[in-house]
Design a protein around this ligand. Sequence first.
Ligand SMILES: Cc1cc2nc3c(=O)[nH]c(=O)nc-3n(C[C@H](O)[C@H](O)[C@H](O)COP(=O)(O)O)c2cc1C
Length: 393
Amino acid sequence: MANVALMGHVKNAVTIDDLKRMAHRRLPKFVIGYAEQGAGNGACATGNVDAFEGYNLVPRALAGQEPVDTSIQIFGRRYAQPFGISAVGVSGLYRRGADTLLAEAAREANIPFILSGSGAASIETVAKVAPDHTWYQLYPAKQARITNDFIDRAGNAGVEVLVITVDYPEPNRSEVAQRTGVSVGRGPTLRTFPSLAWNVAQHPGWLLDFIASGGTPELESWRNYAPKGAKPAEIFKVFNENWCGAFGWDEIERIRAVWPGKLVIKGILSAEDVPRAVAAGADAVTISNHGGNKLDRAIPSLQALAKICSEQRAAHDVLLFFDGGIRRGTDVLTAMAVGASFCFLGRSTLYGVAAGGAAGARRALEIMSEETRYALAMIGCRRAADICRDFLA
Ligand SMILES: Cc1cc2nc3c(=O)[nH]c(=O)nc-3n(C[C@H](O)[C@H](O)[C@H](O)COP(=O)(O)O)c2cc1C
């Protein structure tokens, strides 16, 4: 019953911010606070959104009657929109089954879905749900045999694009997690339990979903490397012990040598690193600061993109993807006018799926798609592929 009420609810959302408010109402503080604040004082997460305020689009008049074409061709596939869904780890905490719900929504909308290396659903499960739309985000493991196994599994599941996230050299030290005592795979401490329990009790929709689906979500892809019959918390332990954020360009080259598909390096912010990524064999780089989740004083993604595009050094044969702070169709067009070939959404679709499951994921994509189409028409650009700096004030 609660779900039916929610599904009607997300249909009424007009903007991504509406879905955000609905997600906030449904989720306890330790869950949504972790996703919202990002690193440190949260300046980078908000800075990503605020960076769009510094830009305006200049519409061209009398562009004719030809229907607007939002589609973009990337790596030989034509996607219906100039954006996809980015990797979000442990998404099952926000909504049980979030990975598969988002993958389904991506398949229906014909856009790519990146499954997180710390995703709750396995590569095999998600690739079955969205065989032509699943990309896999790899967190290289300390043991090369595990990294290689993930690469093999992605290839065997039919995944064509591997995304390596490179902006995470230290384990996350979220202040929200420190205050609530809850971090990935670890429950509350004795000290924080009373206030946490009170807050959770005030979010019964989330609590019922959490209990009914078996408590802490499992990192299904990592089950292969845990002892037989391991509980979700034990699988998290295996993940935490094997996770290796601090690696170098040699690891990219090593992975390039064994991965036959397309390779994306996600988490580049410096113009100096773009040619290095190309030299290491990347087919695309994603200009991203991990949604502001890693360092509060990191440069906003859009500012980094502008700087990289303005420097001649970036004139290499590499696709520039972008994420960070996109909440509207006009944000997508702005990032593309600045120089991105394709964009990704993190929180925008997370709000949707958290607020209303499958219907919420779908609604988030409908809002973004319609806003993008409308904005393209309004600036007099008939094809998303034609957007360029000339449309920037
Ligand atoms: C809660 C949360 C979890 C995330 N988990 C991952 C992850 O597992 N792997 C990854 O590469 N990026 C991860 N990201 C970063 C996103 O892929 C993306 O770069 C970022 O969310 C884009 O910014 P936006 O949320 O403002 O759109 C995460 C972001 C959030 C908000």
